[in-house]
Design a protein around this ligand. Structure first.
Ligand SMILES: Nc1ncnc2c1ncn2[C@@H]1O[C@H](COP(=O)(O)OP(=O)(O)OP(=O)(O)O)[C@@H](O)[C@H]1O
Ligand SMILES: [Mg+2]
Length: 480
């Protein structure tokens, strides 16, 4: 958005602001007046030509000069804070600007003008700062939403948008939101590589080595987990293992993946426009991608009508695909894919859908967020059932946590189990070695099932999950 479009709004709404209480220092500078003078003294046409960082530097310099000339005597710290705040407000997103510049912040939540929360390292924190008033919050929301050509008002009080940096934004207005407009900003996920996730303790080296072999052997992998457990991040890390000579097509609702390979086509779904037309959903993109000669298809999240198309593609000729699905456990992930697929074609028998899932999914990696906010692999399981058999998963890796101590830090270790024979054979045929912890002991035959391996160990990271590695029950399940 050009500065020219942005500034008049600020001027109109910011005119009557009182200096905010949190700008301490006596006497407090009149920030609203300073912002007015700052905007008056700039050649807006020229400023609009500058790049983002240049524009900020220019505004900071002018605001600093104005403050030195006309403002109260301030310590250098107070002065820097006042300049930053005025420039933040003039340039765009007010108190959100410093938070967006702070790499440790993963999520920003605004609950009305006075309440600002952030998530750092998986934990929520309430901040002292807030918006100057409801007007400033309204202006900020308008700026965000108008960038994506959307509208948010009483007739459409909920909207999803994106910031230029890729951050996902959701806005919901009163009267649906009772304590004022609520704004939720998800920072662009850090593109951790798999080795970096190992360093962070999200998985261990043997599991990373195994997954690398599984990806190279063109197995289909489903990454599952609840909201914000790191599915997209993990998918991105897995995509880093893909060979450079393949044509990769990524399909997402909001583009978050950042692949480093040379041959990538990224597709992004489109919501309907203001008149409710022009929507292109993930299913349309999946179908289109099949006509684009993909070597691998990566789907950010399977959550609707695309499930059946995706399963069919994975089971027939598009091996090596990677998808995520929202689920509570590895077994829930396959059940969920089956349910989603059944919603696409109501008259397909469940056994036929089960066959699709059994043919399509080779390995499920389930992620979970621990009580301390840490995100890690809770379980890796191979789909051992074939054709129309009831689903049967074999756990090949899992995180076994110790009981939570008073510091509420999650500790534990990753356990490894022998690969099922079929998967081990597939790796071998693809020229991939099976890392030692996953190799079956000589003469041991098939891999041990989950039951023996995980008895008594309930990963705390998966607290709340509907089922653990130890038991498989219910009509869809058959103990391995
Ligand atoms: N292993 C990890 N260690 C530390 N931070 C992580 C890890 N995985 C993800 N994160 C951070 O957690 C946040 C959520 O991650 P991500 O977007 O990948 O989750 P998600 O499960 O895809 O979320 P959603 O359900 O909204 O799609 C991001 O800020 C990301 O950088
Ligand atoms: Mg995601």
């Amino acid at each position: 958005m050009s500065l020219l479009r942005g500034l008049p709004g600020t001027r109109a709404t910011g005119g009557e602001d009182r200096p905010p209480a949190q700008d301490v220092g006596a006497p407090a500078p009149d920030l609203a007046a300073l912002r007015r003078r700052l905007l008056d003294s700039l050649e807006l046409d020229q400023v609009a030509q500058l790049s983002g960082p240049q524009r900020r530097a220019r505004l900071e310099r002018v605001a600093g000069q104005l403050l030195s000339r006309d403002g109260p005597l301030l310590s250098s710290q107070e002065r820097a804070a006042a300049v930053r705040r005025v420039v933040d407000e003039a340039l765009g997103l007010g108190p959100l600007e410093p938070l967006l510049a702070d790499d440790t912040v993963t999520e920003i939540m605004v609950n009305g003008p006075d309440e600002l929360w952030v998530e750092r390292e998986g934990r929520l924190e309430r901040l002292e700062a807030g918006f100057t008033d409801a007007e400033q919050l309204a202006t900020t929301i308008d700026r965000i939403v108008s960038r994506v050509n959307r509208r948010v008002d009483e007739s459409s009080p909920m909207v999803d948008a994106r910031l230029p940096g890729g951050e996902r934004v959701n806005v919901i207005l009163p009267p649906l939101a009772l304590n004022g407009p609520a704004l939720t900003i998800r920072r662009f996920p850090t593109p951790y590589t798999l080795p970096q996730l190992v360093d962070r303790g999200s998985l261990d080296q043997p599991l990373a080595d195994l997954l690398a072999g599984i990806v190279r052997a063109r197995c289909n992998i489903v990454v599952s987990g609840g909201t914000g457990t790191g599915k997209t991040t993990f998918l991105n890390a897995l995509s880093g293992l893909l060979p450079a000579d393949e044509r990769i097509i990524t399909i997402e609702d909001a583009a978050e993946l950042s692949l480093q390979q040379p041959h990538v086509v990224s597709l992004e779904a489109r919501p309907p426009n203001v008149e409710g037309r022009g929507a292109v959903d993930i299913r349309d993109l999946v179908r289109n991608s099949l006509r684009m000669r993909p070597d691998r298809i990566i789907v950010g999240e399977v959550r609707g009508r695309e499930a059946l198309d995706m399963l069919q593609a994975m089971g027939t000729g598009h091996q090596g695909s990677l998808v995520t699905v929202h689920a509570n456990s590895t077994e829930d992930a396959v059940l969920r894919l089956e349910t989603l697929a059944s919603m696409t074609e109501l008259d397909i028998a469940f056994e036929a859908l089960r066959e699709q899932v059994n043919a399509a999914v080779d390995v499920v990696v389930h992620l979970a967020r621990g009580a301390d906010g840490s995100r890690r692999v809770a379980e890796v399981a191979a789909v051992a059932s074939r054709r129309r058999e009831p689903f049967r998963l074999t756990v090949i890796g899992e995180f076994a946590s110790e009981p939570l101590g008073s510091d509420r830090i999650v500790r534990g270790r990753f356990r490894h189990h022998a690969l099922p024979g079929q998967l081990a054979e597939r790796l071998r045929l693809a020229g991939q070695t099976v890392p030692a912890p996953f190799a079956a002991a000589p003469g041991a035959g098939a891999a041990p099932g989950a039951g023996a391996a995980a008895a008594g160990a309930v990963p705390a990271a998966a607290a709340g999950a509907a089922g653990t590695a130890a038991t498989r029950g219910g009509p869809h399940w058959q103990a391995s």
